[in-house]
Ligand binder design. Structure first.
Ligand code: AVI
Length: 328
């Protein structure tokens, strides 16, 4: 997951403030359940903290997904075949992407990311590792439909969306994104997507509330960012990180819990919180076979194959964009 700090795609006012960040924060803090969108967790410090999270013992998703990519290369090659343009939604990870690319003999690699800096770094890294592979980075907001470079227009496509980032979206947004991916990639495209699985509540809560406090720091960094960028005086030390399982929606939620009654202002707007009140900062939805299939089918993707890691904690699913057909 990269920083969302794209240069060309960010609107700033005369004081250099990201106007979307300010309006999102002010709107979110004005709701009865205070909330700030998880996209703002990823400034440079937050992106580094997320990298640190992927290394902590309790956070299994990265290791589990990497294991699948490492072990199942021959099956990917057989089902996907050679010659596809791999379109990665996000800048690409230095570990996962090479595992896929070396398994399937692609014709081109197209990383899409809103952050030009992360994109160029990831593209250069991949080009060095795969000298014969054409790499065409595209700076774009992949939540929308994206025009791919002419150089790959005639190639069959494989979308790659690892990490269970789809789980950070509420279902309505996830469906919008998956439908846009289908439009971006075209008919006959395949999609290889990571989805984390529903499991024991304690394992899930620990993965998002680790003993070393890295995830707590990641969550609290959001308040530090608001103070730094929006001229506010939120007493960050008066908040505690909480990860809670919401069983109705099969998701881990991250909250920042006020430890006392509080008053603060953000960009000149006053806010008050009572002790125990929370700011909701992230959802991480978990799936089972049926809910994963339902999400894909609702978005125009036919699931074809599903792989799990050896401890059955995480899934990678291959799906195909098929034309709509009549069914009972
Ligand atoms: C990026 N995303 C898939 C992570 C997740 O597991 O939902 C973000 C994260 N938040 C806290 N820990 C990890």
């Amino acid at each position: 997951m990269s920083s969302q700090e794209g240069i060309a795609l960010v609107n700033r006012d005369d004081d250099g403030v990201d106007t979307a960040f300010r309006s999102d924060v002010l709107a979110g803090l004005s709701q009865p359940q205070k909330a700030i969108s998880a996209r703002w967790l990823y400034d440079d410090a937050g992106s580094q903290l997320f990298e640190d999270i992927t290394q902590i013992p309790e956070y299994y998703p990265t290791r589990a997904e990497t294991e699948i990519l490492r072990e199942r290369g021959a099956e990917f090659a057989e089902l996907i075949g050679p010659g596809r343009a791999v379109v990665e939604f996000g800048s690409g990870s230095s570990v996962k992407t090479p595992l896929l690319l070396s398994a399937i003999e692609p014709s081109a690699y197209v990383p899409l990311d809103i952050s030009g800096d992360f994109l160029r770094a990831a593209a250069a890294d991949l080009a060095a590792k795969f000298p014969g592979l054409p790499v065409h980075p595209v700076e774009a907001d992949f939540m929308r439909q994206v025009a791919l470079p002419d150089a790959v227009s005639d190639l069959p496509k494989l979308g790659f969306f690892p990490g269970s980032t789809i789980g950070n979206m509420v279902p309505r947004t996830a469906v919008d994104l998956l439908r846009n991916m289908r439009e971006t990639l075209g008919e006959g495209a395949r999609l290889l997507i990571g989805m984390d699985l529903i499991k024991d509540r304690a394992v899930l809560v620990d993965a998002y509330d680790d003993a070393a406090g890295v995830t707590a720091d990641f969550n609290l960094n959001l308040l530090r960012r608001v103070n730094r960028e929006l001229g506010s005086d939120i007493p960050t030390q008066a908040f505690a990180h909480e990860a809670r399982w919401n069983d109705d929606f099969a998701r881990i939620e991250m909250h920042l819990v006020a430890q006392s009654d509080l008053d603060f202002s953000v960009s000149g707007t006053h806010f008050a919180m009572t002790r125990g009140e929370t700011i909701h900062t992230e959802n991480s939805h978990k799936f089972n076979r049926r809910t994963a299939n339902m999400l894909l089918l609702a978005s125009g993707w036919d699931p074809q194959q599903r792989w799990l890691d050896s401890e059955e904690r995480f899934s990678l699913i291959l799906a195909e964009a098929k034309p709509p057909k009549s069914a009972p």
